[in-house]
Design a protein around this ligand. Structure first.
Ligand SMILES: Nc1ncnc2c1ncn2[C@@H]1O[C@H](COP(=O)(O)OP(=O)(O)OP(=O)(O)O)[C@@H](O)[C@H]1O
Ligand SMILES: [Mg+2]
Length: 261
């Protein structure tokens, strides 16, 4: 993809074991268990509010479970020691870029803070990440001056600068046009094939799942209801999944009115 590819590191696996999360009375999910194998692309789908973003935050150790546990490469991601030893990146749903900093400084911030190389090493990594995402020329721009799709790609580039072993994406193709969405799918697939990155991708984008997922999980009503392959995703037998992926529109009996009744 470029003259200076990221270092290939051993891929890491993720194990989610009977994970439950409550915020007060809000029981977001209960006893969710699944494994993601090293180098796998696992796509997590499910309705809005099901807890997908919360689950990703647990996997990178930004939140602690109410009960159960997450292991990344066999270690608890909440521990500082794990974060020192396993390189993880999370592409946040809303981008989470710093608007007061240039694109370059957004990408260089974490490696500078954690002294991951000299300034020239960091510059090389930033350039490589911007090139991969077709963002060359934006280094001196500020996030507010970019389109929504470009900001999305900057947040992916920022995660790539970490040369992650585990990369989590929270709706990476929302707001993108079809060609750019396909480009992101290709990037996720390339990182798996060429660099053996383990990927967990939260998405509502069925085309993304059909193109790149090794397996797909569905989080619904606080439970992980199904894990299936791409082939099974084409013709789901579970009616809840079929309705989620292909909701029938009935204006004589609309959902919002049925829900009120
Ligand atoms: N920090 C928090 N404090 C309290 N409640 C929270 C917090 N973060 C998330 N929640 C609640 O957890 C539930 C799941 O939220 P989450 O953002 O994970 O949904 P999601 O599946 O990612 O939805 P979407 O597809 O719309 O992004 C929601 O009810 C939300 O209000
Ligand atoms: Mg979300």
């Amino acid at each position: 993809m470029s003259e200076t590819p990221p270092v290939r590191s051993p891929a890491v696996g993720v194990s989610v074991e009977k994970l439950s999360k409550n915020y007060g009375d809000n029981h977001v999910f209960k006893e969710v268990s699944f494994k993601v194998e090293p180098g796998e692309i696992f796509v997590l789908m499910g309705p809005s509010g099901a807890g997908k973003s919360v689950l990703l935050r647990h996997i990178v150790g930004l939140e602690a479970p109410t009960s159960g546990r997450v292991l990344v490469d066999g270690k608890d991601p909440v521990l500082e020691e794990t974060r020192q030893n396993v390189r993880m990146g999370l592409v946040f749903q809303a981008g989470a870029l710093f608007n007061s900093m240039s694109v370059y400084d957004n990408l260089a911030l974490y490696p500078r803070e954690h002294r991951l190389g000299s300034e020239s090493d960091i510059a090389r990594k930033v350039k490589h990440a911007l090139d991969i995402l077709s963002l060359s020329g934006t280094a001196d721009h500020f996030p507010a001056d970019l389109s929504g799709g470009m900001r999305k790609r900057v947040s992916i580039a920022r995660a790539l600068v970490m040369e992650p072993q585990l990369l989590l994406y929270d709706e990476p193709t929302s707001e993108l046009d079809p060609v750019m969405s396909a480009t992101i799918d290709e990037i996720i697939g390339t990182l798996k094939n060429e660099y053996h990155v383990t990927s967990i991708v939260v998405s509502h984008d069925r085309d993304l799942a059909l193109s790149i997922a090794d397996r797909v999980g569905f989080l619904m009503k606080g439970r992980l209801v199904l894990i299936c392959t791409r082939e099974e995703l084409r013709h789901p037998s579970d009616p809840r999944i079929a309705d989620f992926l292909n909701p029938k529109i009935d204006i004589r009996n609309p959902r919002f009115k049925s829900a009120e009744a």
